[in-house]
Every structure is written in C-alpha cells, then in structure tokens.
Ligand binder design. Structure first.
Ligand code: AVI
Length: 322
C-alpha cells in the first residue's frame, strides 16, 4: 500500500465512522508517530502490565518454545511494535532464522528493524502491508521454496502484545482462521493475550493517573486536524475508559464536554456533538486462558502449551494447525 492510499483510507474511514451511531474512530488510527510514542510510554507505566508480563514470559519460556518447534527457520511477526519482544525471543536460540515483520506503518517497521539489527542469528525482512496481505505474500514465496527446493522449513507466526484484544469477536475469528489457513503442517502460532482481571486494575491501565492514556486517545483528534483539516478543539473533549463486563472488554471514548460543531474539510464532513456525546475509539477484549484456547480451536489450531504470568494477568499460548 502506498502512503497516499493509506491517507485516503484514513479519510474514508474518518468520514464513515464519524457518521455512525454511536460515532466511532477505528483504533488503528491512534498510531501515528506521536501516538506510537505515547503507546510506548503507556507500556512503561506501572499500571499497564501487559508489556512487562509478556517480556517475563518470553524470557522465562523461550527455550521451551523453541524446543517445541523442530526445523524452525522462519518467524513472522504481525505488528512487531518496537521489536523488543522478538529480540527477547530470538535470544533463546542460536539457530539462524529469518524474521519477517509485517505492519502498515513504515516508521514502526524501521524502528523494529533497528532494534533487531544486533540480533546476530536473525535476518530481518520488512513488509509494509496489512497483516493478512503480508502473511499471504510471505507464505506464497515459502510455497515456492517448498516446491522448488523441497525444503521442510517451518514457520512460527507471532501475534504478541495482546493485539488480538483490539479485534472484536468476528474480527479476531476471521484473522485467526486466516492465519491458520495460511500455515502448513508443522507450522506454529504464538499469541499473547491480556487476561480478565479486577475492574480497578483495568481502569488504572486504561485511564492512568499521569494522563498518558488520555493523551494517546486525544491524539487521534490532533491527527485528524493535521492530516484531514479537522477543526476538533482538543480542550473540549475528555478521555473516558470503562469496563464492559458483558462483552469482556475495556472501551475507550472521547467525550464532548460541550455542544459543539466540528468540520473535517478533506472529506467535506460537518456535524454536531452534544455535551456528553462520546466517540468510541477503541475496545480491548480480555480473555480467560480457556476462552483463548477455545477460540484458537474454533479457528483451526490446537494448543501445544500455555504459560501465564499471574502478576500481570497475561497468557502466552503456543498452537499448531490441525
Ligand atoms: C495495542 N493494544 C494491545 C493496546 C491495548 O491494551 O489494547 C492499546 C492501548 N490502548 C490503551 N492503552 C493501550
């Protein structure tokens, strides 16, 4: 996808989602350069335990993970973030590996590739693409290799950081099924998922006392103003996070603090927001360990092992295709 295609997809989505009821903005647009930096800051907060919990699990269990995967030559990470998780994992083996990184953001790929540049046993290849397209492209080439070289190379797909949490039930089922379908016999999948925990912990994680989560959320309005000629007054919105127990998810909103009129010039959109009206910007689904395994099983995987960090309430699950 070229940068101009990405911008017009952003414009199209802003126009479409802001006119829904309730108004929404897809969470993927939270991650411009500033949004990504604010998300990195969230990961350092004492109240947001996902990143630390997952790093502990990767460090503790990486040898075991590799012991399950004979003939592994290829790692494919969907959304590698800053690259530190993959680096921590590959430090658990001295075998030479190829690491394919897939992300829509060129900046994120550059950053991850830089972090991984001193992992001596890993050759990094980046793919600026949506997850499914990138994965298909990589596995097509792999198919060629198998046909032409009769190689038995194995692939491990990584989907870490509880990124699965930002997909709704339908979206996550579709993505997991697609991943399973793209893999061959003997290939594997490692997924990190945040677990259901006490509501007060979740509220602190998504509405922290330092206001970093609020800045992360509000930044999407700043982005619309800058890239699409929006007229959002950031001071007239507040961040709100709440636990939706029925759906097992945290929801984030930007709530208008007065009656106001907003324009987004690039898409010729103008609308009224009432005092208290909310724009829904993200959902973060929380799993139980069993629910995650069940979802994997419904998507064409069987679970091989699961490790849980009780302090963070976080699970890493290794699965293979059935
Ligand atoms: C990237 N994703 C897994 C984060 C989450 O926890 O859902 C994004 C995030 N939103 C607010 N804080 C962090």
């Amino acid at each position: 996808m070229t940068p101009s295609t990405l911008i017009s997809a952003f414009a199209e989505d802003v126009r479409h989602y802001l006119q829904l009821s309730p108004r929404q903005l897809p969470s993927m647009y939270l991650y411009d350069a500033l949004g990504s930096a604010l998300f990195d800051a969230i990961c350092e907060l004492p109240w947001y335990a996902i990143t630390r919990g997952e790093m502990r699990l990767l460090e503790r269990h990486r040898s075991e993970i590799f012991a399950h995967l004979h003939g592994l030559t290829r790692l494919v990470e969907l959304g590698p973030g800053d690259g530190r998780k993959l680096k921590t994992l590959v430090e658990g083996t001295s075998e030479p590996l190829i690491g394919h990184l897939i992300d829509v953001s060129a900046g994120a790929l550059e950053r991850a590739a830089h972090t991984l540049s001193d992992a001596l046993n890993l050759r990094v290849v980046t793919h600026q693409a949506p997850f499914e397209d990138g994965l298909d492209a990589i596995m097509r080439v792999e198919d060629d290799a198998i046909v032409h070289e009769e190689s038995a190379d194995r692939t491990l797909v990584l989907f870490l950081g509880s990124n699965i949490g930002n997909f709704d039930q339908r979206g996550s089922a579709a993505l997991l099924t697609r991943i399973a379908a793209s893999l061959g016999p003997g290939d594997a999948f490692l997924i990190g998922a945040d677990l259901v925990k006490p509501e007060r912990d979740l509220l602190l994680a998504y509405d922290d006392p330092l206001g970093v989560s609020a800045a992360f959320n509000l930044n999407v309005l700043l982005r619309i103003n800058r890239e699409l000629g929006g007229t959002f007054d950031l001071r007239a919105f507040r961040h709100h996070a709440e636990w939706n127990a029925a759906c097992s998810r945290m929801d984030m909103f930007l709530v208008s603090t007065r009656d106001q009129r907003v324009r987004v010039k690039a898409v010729d959109l103008e609308f009224e927001l009432r005092d208290g009206e909310a724009i829904w910007t993200e959902s973060s689904y929380k799993y139980t360990p069993d629910a995650l395994i069940t979802q994997l099983e419904h998507s064409g995987f069987e679970s091989m092992a699961q490790w849980i960090d009780r302090d963070a309430g976080f699970a890493l699950t290794l699965a293979r295709t059935t």
